[in-house]
Design a protein around this ligand. Structure first.
Ligand SMILES: NC(=O)c1ccc[n+]([C@@H]2O[C@H](COP(=O)([O-])OP(=O)(O)OC[C@H]3O[C@@H](n4cnc5c(N)ncnc54)[C@H](O)[C@@H]3O)[C@@H](O)[C@H]2O)c1
Ligand SMILES: [Fe+2]
Length: 383
């Protein structure tokens, strides 16, 4: 077995209507004036009603977080928090809101320019109390050590990675996800499944702890994602997929992701495709690329999911990849990049994009090293 370190510093709480306890949780953490980050869709849908009701007459709310938010948004929200004397942060939203809130907390806690903190383990100090309340079931940002925000100047995602970015508490409230539309439910579920599978094959950094989380998260996603997608108010399916995404988040933040995420990051930054849907399209292609190195692991996962024990490792792996492709059909997601509106790249544009994939930090953990030609090959098969 590898040497490993495994940690989940975040206190994880699950329960229907739990989000209304956010202020109590902030107070337990020694603070009492939170800056609440969210987005307009969630605010207008009334998802924050119960949370805001507990925050007094004038809660400090920043609701201008766009999908795949950026450094300018981080600076504006931090300015609001500073001007109102906020001593903590509550994020209510999907990965875009939670990642933005992590970056805002760096600004509020450390001062200075957010750009000084990008990279891995630059941040070495505790930040202000931070509570994450996810409204999608995919990113795992509510327990992860990572935040990604866009630098609009060169259309690239900046990565901030430090265990001090893990929220102090994650409140998993499945009632907040009832309004999540089918396509986003499916897409974020596939993001979580990609976290599970990539963290299992990240064999330098994974551990029995991360494998256990990945296997159970995968089982819950295969079992419940189709129902959560088709019947958004099925609380059992919502709860199972929400818990699965947090488990997968705990797995990948310790073990890493891989080439599928590197492809999705570069594609999303260039062509504004949704992170989860982009992972979904690349997932089977990335799994096939890693097959030679990962078939024993895929087979272990497939057998844990109940696939026939009479199949050998290669047959199990192929069956798992086909099962992933079928899941996309079951939840109504496309199989190719063309359907996401990604243009057909050729020549210099394609090479430049493929280099972005190879420079992405996620690729470090992939079990098989990829060349420029390999990345281009996956793009062409996924197109
Ligand atoms: N930090 C991490 O560990 C990590 C991991 C994976 C992805 N990410 C990042 O997360 C982002 C993607 O996050 P996401 O997939 O959660 O999507 P998102 O946060 O971008 O949200 C997508 C859309 O869904 C809407 N929405 C969210 N919850 C809703 C609800 N309950 N009801 C109705 N509408 C709702 C939002 O308003 C938004 O328009 C990307 O920027 C990605 O890079 C971060
Ligand atoms: Fe992801």
């Amino acid at each position: 077995m590898n040497n490993f370190v495994f940690q989940v510093p975040t206190k994880v709480c699950y329960g229907e209507y739990l989000s209304s306890t956010a202020l109590e949780v902030v107070k337990e953490l020694g603070a009492n004036k939170p800056l609440v980050l969210t987005d307009k869709v969630l605010l207008e849908a009334g998802i924050l009603k119960d949370i805001l009701a507990t925050l007094g007459a004038e809660p400090v709310v920043f609701s201008d977080v766009p999908a795949d938010s950026d450094v300018d948004c981080v600076n504006s929200a931090a300015e609001l928090g500073r001007s109102k004397g906020c001593d903590s942060v509550i994020a209510v939203g999907g990965g875009s809101v939670m990642d933005t809130a992590k970056a805002v907390n760096i600004c509020l806690s450390m001062g200075g320019d957010i750009m000084d903190y990008q990279g891995l383990n630059v941040l070495q100090e505790r930040l202000k109390p931070f509570v994450a309340i996810p409204t999608t079931s995919g990113t795992g940002s509510e327990v992860s050590f990572v935040a990604m925000v866009k630098d609009n100047r060169d259309l690239r995602k900046l990565v901030f990675g430090s265990r001090f970015l893990a929220p102090d508490a994650a409140l998993l409230d499945p009632t907040l996800l009832v309004s999540l539309p089918p396509r986003l439910t499916a897409a974020t579920g596939l993001d979580a499944l990609t976290h599970s599978i990539e963290s299992m094959v990240a064999t330098i950094t994974n551990s029995p702890f991360t494998d256990a989380l990945s296997i159970e998260a995968s089982r819950l996603i295969f079992q419940y994602l189709p129902t959560a997608t088709k019947n958004g108010d099925d609380m059992e399916a919502r709860g199972a997929t929400l818990v699965a995404s947090t488990m997968a988040g705990a797995a990948f933040t310790n073990a890493g992701v891989g080439i599928i995420h590197a492809l999705a990051h570069a594609t999303g930054a260039r062509f504004k495709t949704h992170h989860g849907i982009t992972n979904a399209v690349y997932l089977s292609h990335g799994m096939r690329f890693n097959l030679e190195y990962s078939s024993a692991i895929y087979a272990r996962l497939a057998r844990a999911l109940g696939f026939s024990s009479s199949l050998d490792d290669n047959e199990c792996s192929e069956a798992l990849i086909e099962r992933v492709e079928k899941l996309l059909d079951d939840v109504g997601l496309p199989h190719d990049l063309r359907a996401l509106g990604v243009p057909k790249m050729i020549g210099d544009q394609l090479n430049e994009w493929a280099n972005l994939v190879l420079e992405d930090p996620a690729i470090i953990f992939n079990p098989r090293e990829a060349s420029l030609e390999d990345v281009i090959g996956i793009y062409e098969r996924a197109y």
